[in-house]
Design a binder for this molecule. Sequence first.
Ligand code: BJW
Ligand code: ZN
Length: 258
Amino acid sequence: MTDQPARRAAELLGQARRVVVFTGAGMSAESGVPTFRDALTGLWQRYDAQALATPEAFRADPALVWGWYEWRRHAVRLAHPNAGHRAVAAIQHRVPGTVLITQNVDDLHERAGSPAPVHLHGSLFAPRCSACARPAPVSDDAEGEPVDGRRVPPPRCAHCTAPVRPGVVWFGEALPGAALDAAVEAASSCDLLLTIGTSGLVYPAAEIPQVAARLGAAVVQVNPEETPLDGVAEVNLRGPAARVLPALVDAVWEGADG
Ligand code: BJW
Ligand code: ZN
C-alpha cells in the first residue's frame, strides 16, 4: 500500500475514533456470491434480480420467487467469508464501537467474526409469514435445497397457513425501522465511514454515506468501479475488497497482533 489514496485512507483510519463500515454486495463477490446487479447465471439467466425482488413478483408467482431465494440461501451456505470480511472484523476489534451496517442478506460478516451487523435489507435466514409476520423455521437441510433455478412452493405458516416469504426488504417496502434508525444515528456521529462494494443506487441505504459526509465525517470508498458515491468520498480506493481491505488494515496496524 504505497499510493497516495491508500496512504490517506490509512491515516484517516488510524486517527478515527468512531468508525462506520457500510457494505454492499461487492463485499461478498470474492466469496462467490454474485452481486445484485451482476447478470444472473444458469437457469436464472433469463430473469432480472430487480424484477424478482418485489412483493408483486412474489404475489404473482410465489414458487418462482421462493425457489430463487432457496437457491441463493443454499449458495450462501456453501460460501465462506473472504479476506475482506475478516479485515472488517479486524477493524471492529481495533476500533471498539465500530458500527457495521450492511445491505447484504448473507451471513458472511457474522461468520467472519463481526458481532451483530445492522442488516438494512433483512436476511436470507429469517423467513416469516407473508400474512401474520410470525417467524418461520428455516430448513438446515442443504441437500434438500435446489442447487439450480427452479420453482419451489413456499412452506405454509404453522399459525395461519399463509405462504411464508423471505425475510428480506423488497423494492417498495419499508426498511426495518430499528435498523434504519441505528444506521442513521451511527452515520451522524462517526468521524470516518468506509463504504465498501456498493453501487450506491438503492435508497434509502445510499443516503447513509451521504449523511456521514454532510455532517463532517471523512468517507473512504472501496470499489473497483466508479459509483455515484465517488463525489461523496474523500478517498476512492479502486480495487476488490478482499485485496484492498487487508492492505489497509496492515498499513494501519502493521506488525501489531490481534
Ligand atoms: C466490488 C467487488 C469487489 C464488485 N470488491 N466491490 C427513484 C429514486 C430514488 C429512490 C427510488 C426511485 N424509485 C424507486 C425508489 C425506491 C427504491 C430504490 O432505491 N430504487 C432504486 C433502484 C432507484 N427503494 C426502495 O424501494 C426501498 N424502500 C423504500 O423506498 O420504501 C419506501 C417506503 C417507506 C415507508 C413505507 C413503505 C415504503 C427498499 C429497497 C430494498 C432493496 N432490496 C434489495 C433486495 C434485498 C433482497 C435480496 O437480496 O434479494 O437489496 S435490492 C438490492 O440492492 C439489494 C441490495 O442490498 C441493494 C443494494 O445493492 P448493492 O449492495 O449496492 O449491490 P450492487 O449489485 O448494486 O453493486 C455491487 C457493487 O459492488 C458494484 O458497485 C460493484 O462495482 C462492486 N463490486 N465486485 C468491492 N470484489
Ligand atoms: Zn401466519
